[in-house]
Design a protein around this ligand. Structure first.
Ligand code: IPE
Ligand code: IPE
Ligand code: MG
Length: 251
C-alpha cells in the first residue's frame, strides 16, 4: 500500500494563510555552531530562502514577506554588511530570471535613499521585470525598519494634505495604511521568526496588529518546506478573534 501523504497540502480543504512574513534569523549562530564564518551562514541562508519561495508558491501562499536587512543591521562590522550587500547583488543577478519565469512578483519595502546606486538599480530592475506577474508576491524588506516606514508614511501623508488631496480632519488608521511602502498588500496573517528569538526587531509594527506569531527554534539556514508547514499547522490551531467574540481559526 502506498504511504499516506501527510504533508499539509495533501490535507482536505487546505487553505494556506494569504500572507506569511518571515524574520530570517540565526545565520550567524548556525555558522558558529559549525566553526564556520558568519558569511557562510548567510550564504546558506540564501539557499533556505530559495527553498522557502518555492514552497510558499507550491502551498498557495499569495504574499511572502522576508526580512533580509534591517535599518539597524548597518551597525554590524563593515565586512559583514559588505557580505550581505554582495549576497543581495548575487541573489538578484542569479535568481531574478527564475523568479520571473515562475511568475513571482517581486516588491521591495524599506528606505531606498542612501543605498549604493547599483543596489538601487537592481531593486528597481527586480520590481520592474516582474511587475505584471500574477503568482506569489515576494516582498523583500531591505534596509527596512518599521518605525522608519511609519515616519515615511507620515511624511507622504503630510505632502498629500499640503496638496489638498487628503483632508487632515478625516485621517484615520486606514488613511495611514494607504501611505505605507506597500499599501495594497494585506496585513500578514502569520509572522514566523527562526532562531528562537521572540521579538519583532522593528519589523512590520503597523501591519502586525492582528498577526499570529510562530517562533521556531531552528536557525534560518535549516529552514525548509517542512518548517514552513510546521508554522502553518501551528497557525491553523490558533483562534483569531480580531477583538470580537467569534473565533476564526487560522486559514
Ligand atoms: C539573520 O541572521 C540575517 C540578518 C539579520 C541579516 P543573523 O546574522 O542575525 O544571525 P544571528 O542572529 O547572529 O545568529
Ligand atoms: C532581524 O534580525 C533582522 C533580519 C532578520 C534581517 P536581527 O538579528 O538583526 O535582530 P536582533 O538584533 O537579534 O534583534
Ligand atoms: Mg540575528
Amino acid at each position: 500500500m502506498a504511504e499516506a501523504d501527510t504533508t499539509l497540502s495533501a490535507q482536505p480543504m487546505f487553505e494556506p494563510p494569504r500572507h506569511v512574513a518571515i524574520i530570517m534569523d540565526g545565520n550567524g549562530r548556525w555558522a558558529a555552531a559549525r566553526g564556520l564564518p558568519r558569511a557562510e551562514g548567510h550564504r546558506r541562508g540564501v539557499e533556505a530562502l530559495r527553498r522557502t519561495v518555492r514552497a510558499a508558491g507550491e502551498l498557495g501562499i499569495q504574499y511572502l514577506t522576508i526580512f533580509s536587512f534591517s535599518t539597524e543591521n548597518w551597525s554590524r562590522p563593515a565586512s559583514e554588511v559588505g557580505e550581505l550587500m554582495a549576497l543581495l547583488r548575487r541573489f538578484v543577478r542569479n535568481d531574478l530570471a527564475e523568479l520571473h519565469a515562475n511568475n513571482v512578483r517581486v516588491r521591495i519595502i524599506g528606505e531606498r535613499e542612501g543605498l549604493s546606486s547599483d543596489i538601487g538599480r537592481l531593486l528597481e530592475e527586480a520590481e520592474g521585470l516582474t511587475r505584471v506577474n500574477t503568482g506569489l508576491t515576494l516582498i523583500v524588506a531591505f534596509n527596512y525598519g518599521a518605525r522608519q516606514e511609519i515616519a515615511r508614511a507620515i511624511k507622504r501623508l503630510n505632502d498629500a494634505v499640503t496638496k489638498g488631496e487628503v483632508d487632515a480632519t478625516t485621517i484615520d488608521a486606514d488613511t495611514v495604511s494607504r501611505f505605507l511602502d506597500a499599501p495594497d498588500v494585506p496585513d500578514p496573517d502569520l509572522i514566523v521568526r527562526t532562531s528562537g528569538e521572540q521579538r519583532l526587531s522593528n519589523f512590520l509594527l503597523w501591519q502586525s496588529a492582528y498577526s499570529e506569531f510562530v517562533f521556531l527554534p531552528i536557525h534560518w539556514p535549516d529552514f525548509d518546506r517542512a518548517a514552513l508547514e510546521t508554522a502553518i499547522l501551528e497557525y491553523r490551531r490558533r483562534e483569531r478573534r480580531f477583538g470580537g467574540l467569534v473565533a476564526q481559526t487560522g486559514s
